[in-house]
Design a protein around this ligand. Sequence first.
Ligand code: LLP
Length: 436
Amino acid sequence: MSINQYIKPITAERKDGELYIGGISAVELAKKYGTPLYVIDEATLRGIAREYKEAFKDYKNVRMMYASKALCTSAVTKILDEEGFGFDTISAGEIYTVYKAGVKMEKVLFNGNNKTPREIELALRLGVGRYSVDNFYEAELLNKIAEEKGVKADILIRITPGIECHTHDYIQTGQIDSKFGFDLTQTDEIITLIKNEYKNLVIRGIHAHIGSQIFELQSYTDEVEILIKEIMRINEVHSLSLDEINIGGGLGVKYTDGDNPPDVHALADAVAKTMKKYTSNLPTIDLEPGRSIISTSGITLYTAGSSKVVPNGRKYVAVDGGMADNPRPSMYQAKYFAEIADNTDGRETEKITLAGRYCESGDILIEEIELPQIKADDTICVYNTGAYNYSMASNYNRVEKPSMVLVNNSQSDIIVSRESLEDLISKDSIPSRLNK
Ligand code: LLP
């Protein structure tokens, strides 16, 4: 089993009935740092990073690039840099974060369907290693800015292989009707254009990303088959020797018992086997896992507050966070698993709905879960919140974003501090004409 197949961080355990993560009591963490609190378990994070490396170690050339969009903070970047990962970035903010964390910029890929001139300029200035070129407009723009700066940009052509993943509609990016990439009827045109006119672009290979929270290895097998055939065809038709294939990210994780993501080794086997079926001259493979790297290492701790029972019998228990720190249940009907961190020995269980504190009826973290009876002030732990929680968090209702702590070997350190009320108003200004 690989770590993406666990609901909880690998260090999660109960001591005298109380939940411990990274050797520290979750209740103590909640007391010390306040709630809501994001907690990242370093052992789980390093563990899955190593599993990925191990799984692909027999394949000739693999570059692991963590998809920073899942969770981009300086400490997480530092850890994955230490583990030998590169970074898939999507904005000036992510590029700047990895740069400031000391990452060698040739290990960084810049992705996205509408990179702005300012972002391209920054990426070229800092020496980002690869650009995934998404569309005709962008190829022209990147070439123009590179030319002005007198530099060359190494690029991958992003294509949409047309694979349907059985995942939530909003997070499919690989279908033909997609805002991302060139479809296969356009690759010859863009390559001819680049070869003949865009002299500051150097094509290295092709790129695709077929979706997120993928459970079926067949989707990857199909993708790799399309990509390897396409790169071989391009090389022949255009007399090129492209040898880089980026297969994107997407491997699923286990949020609840109903989820069955594949093992990382099974993914590696499927990818390698498909490549070898078509060629012995194996291209470099890039992977961009985001969720499967960071999700399982993250939990969110909340404090339970009010509760109410409605006439149909449903019981709501509200916590001190919700859709602003984890928008996934309200955006994607995403399911999560939670537990009470405190010792609950002797309590009866009951079915409840775990609600958030935000002013919106849809702010429900878990629709229905059976838990020991929750008391006000209990610490509630929601599992598998490492990916796309903090990175998609908002200040809805003008609530401060929570802090994040890293735990390891009974030690805890703040890696993102909690916003203060002053932080919230620090970007505001009142025009002087209103001050009369
Ligand atoms: N590479 C590309 C080009 C991507 O667009 C993405 C994710 C990844 C890699 C990483 O995919 P992962 O391994 O994390 O599945 N906010 C949504 C997920 C959006 C994913 C967007 N692209 C969610 O919370 O489920």
